[in-house]
Every structure is written in structure tokens, then in C-alpha cells.
Design a protein around this ligand. Structure first.
Ligand code: MTE
Length: 316
């Protein structure tokens, strides 16, 4: 992903892990010297796993993968959430300001039951499951994350989409006082993403409310975020406040920003290069050697039929 305003740096230039690690080292040292408050970084912003509520869930083994989990610390400190800044460490350092309670979600458009629902209303009927998924960022890094959530399709059915609902659009909260990155026009806020309705209803697509058995940290998209494991990470909208059912394909924030680089589908596809880099390999966070990127991020058996007959170079 990139940002090309004069105040900003291309995302690919700021994802170099050595830079990131150096910064974390610096933070540790500065925290030790009690400099962090002077730098505007509260010492408690890097909450530990025990600070998050334990969730009740069953383990979903249907889509199980036998790959090593990415450590909790990496999952919660190496993030993309531009509402809090463009560097990987910004979300875990800045997202403590975000108030996630009370929270409501507006259901709009082509549905029989539109309305504003509290988070409790949204979640109540849905038993939670743990889903261990691969996660592939368009920038070339990947993780394996034990999400806790429920099938988005079950939620969608409750609102009874009409026959005109061909796409679903997801909108993130816009609250610049708490999301300090929104005070800069890095992207057109609020962050918007979309799926075709059959993609949204697919059993692999979930709304996540937790990871590693605990409630989601703010930097990972609390209180509720999308997870679509066969697509590049940027399709996974965080901190969702609006779900809109529409007839025409929505224009996502990244399509508005750089249409030549980020298409609507954004399926993980090693055969289709990003205009500025190959997508054939990826670096699993925590590993040294790169590995091959798999078609649809390894979920071809489950999702390839959604795209049969489509030219995936054109519909990237
Ligand atoms: N959602 C919002 N609202 N804002 C963002 O900047 N970044 C996306 C996606 N969802 C983003 C977002 C990108 S580029 C990625 S790779 C994933 O979130 C990162 O999710 P993670 O930080 O939980 O790993």
C-alpha cells in the first residue's frame, strides 16, 4: 500500500522490520528511562494479553491449518491501522484513546431490517468460535492468527437482504479526536471496504471480536472487525460502525486512493504482481526465509468456485 502525499512515506518504505525492531528497542529503552511520557507515549499503552477479557468459544476445526501461530506480541504490535498513523507501531501506541463502549452498528440499504443496533444486539445470538487463519498483507508479510468470531453470513441473514443486495460495504468509525491519524488526510476517511454478497456469506468470512481467546485489542480493530482470509489484509476492515447492502459495487478507500494498485477483489494471487512488487513470496513474521504465497492464500478448495470464469488479472 502506499501513501504519496508529501508529508508521508510509502508504506513499503516503513515496513522494513529492522527499522521497526530498532524503534521498539528505542521505546523499551526510553520507557526504562521514564522518557515515554515526555514523548507522549503512555507506558501502559502496550497492554499484555491478561488485560483483555477472556471469551467463551468453541474451536472450529473445519478450516484448521497445521501452521505455527504468530506470537501474540507480533499480532498486536505489528499492525496496519492508518487511523492511528502509518507506521507499524503507531496503532499499538496510539489506539488506547479509542473508546469502544458504547458501540453501535448501523445496518443500511437493501435489507428488510435496517436500523441501528448496539454491539450487544449484534453479538448476542452468535456463539463464538476460534478460527486459525493465515493472514497475508499486500505488502508481502504474513501471519497465522487464532481469531475468535462468528460467521458474517449468520449476521447478514438476520437483516434479510433484498434481492437487490449484490454487495456489502463496511465502514470504520470516524472520530479524529480518538483516532489521531484521521487528522491527516492520509486516506479519505472513513475507511471503507466491500465484498460481493456471496463472498460476505461464504463460511470462511467472519466477524472477529477477539484473538488468542481474548477480546480484540483496539489496534486490531476492536470491538469488531472483518476477517476474509483468502484476500489481502486491507480488505479486513477494522472497528466497523456501518454495514450497507447495495446493488452496485462499492468504491473502497484504497480503490479511491490508488485505483491502479488496489482492485475491488484483492484476492491473494501470486500470479498477479502488485504494480511495484511481486506477490509470489511472503515473509511470515518471525521467520527468516521467505515462503511461496499460495493461490487464494491456501483457501482455493473453499473459494476458487466463487470466481470461476472470471479473468483474475482484470478483476484483481
Ligand atoms: N481497517 C482500517 N479501518 N484501517 C486500516 O488502516 N488496514 C488494513 C486492514 N484493516 C486498515 C484496516 C490492512 S492494510 C491490514 S494488513 C490489516 O488491517 C492489518 O490487520 P492487523 O493489524 O490486525 O494485522
Amino acid at each position: 500500500m502506499l501513501i504519496k502525499t508529501k508529508n508521508d512515506i510509502a508504506i513499503s518504505e516503513i515496513t522494513d522490520e529492522s527499522v521497526y525492531l530498532k524503534r521498539r528497542e528505542f521505546m523499551k529503552v526510553s520507557a526504562g528511562l521514564a522518557l515515554a511520557p515526555l514523548l507522549g507515549m503512555p507506558l501502559d499503552s502496550q497492554a499484555a494479553i491478561n488485560d483483555y477479557a477472556k471469551l467463551n468459544f468453541s474451536k472450529n476445526t473445519k478450516f484448521a491449518i497445521d501452521e505455527k501461530l504468530t506470537p501474540y506480541k507480533d499480532v498486536t504490535t505489528y499492525n496496519n491501522f492508518y487511523e492511528f498513523g502509518t507506521s507499524k507501531s503507531d496503532p499499538s501506541e496510539e489506539a488506547y484513546r479509542l473508546k469502544t463502549s458504547p458501540w453501535s452498528v448501523s445496518i443500511e440499504g437493501e435489507v428488510e431490517k435496517p436500523g441501528t443496533y448496539t454491539l450487544e444486539d449484534i453479538l448476542r445470538p452468535h456463539p463464538l468460535q476460534e478460527r486459525i487463519y493465515r493472514f497475508r498483507c499486500v505488502e508481502g508479510w504474513s501471519m497465522v492468527i487464532p481469531w475468535v468470531g462468528f460467521p458474517l453470513g449468520d449476521l447478514i441473514k438476520r437483516f434479510q437482504p433484498t434481492s437487490r443486495a449484490r454487495y456489502v460495504e463496511f465502514t470504520t468509525l470516524e472520530r479524529p479526536a480518538e483516532m489521531i491519524g484521521q487528522n491527516r488526510s492520509i486516506l479519505n476517511w472513513p475507511y471503507v471496504e466491500g465484498l460481493r454478497i456471496d463472498e460476505a456469506m461464504h463460511p470462511l468470512t467472519i466477524m472477529a471480536v477477539g484473538l488468542y481467546g481474548r477480546a480484540l485489542p483496539n489496534q486490531n480493530g476492536a470491538p469488531m472487525r472483518l476477517v476474509v482470509p483468502w484476500k489481502y489484509g486491507f480488505k479486513n476492515s477494522k472497528s466497523i460502525v456501518k454495514i450497507r447492502f447495495i446493488e452496485k459495487q462499492p468504491v473502497s478507500t484504497w480503490m479511491q486512493a490508488v485505483p491502479s494498485e488496489y482492485g475491488f477483489y484483492s484476492n491473494v494471487n501470486p500470479q498477479v504482481a502488485h504494480p511495484r512488487w511481486s506477490q509470489q513470496r511472503e515473509r511470515r513474521i518471525g521467520e527468516f526465509l521467505k515462503r511461496k504465497t499460495l493461490m487464494f492464500n491456501g483457501y482455493s478448495d473453499q473459494v476458487a468456485q466463487l470466481y470461476s470464469g472470471m479473468d483474475l488479472r482484470k478483476y484483481f
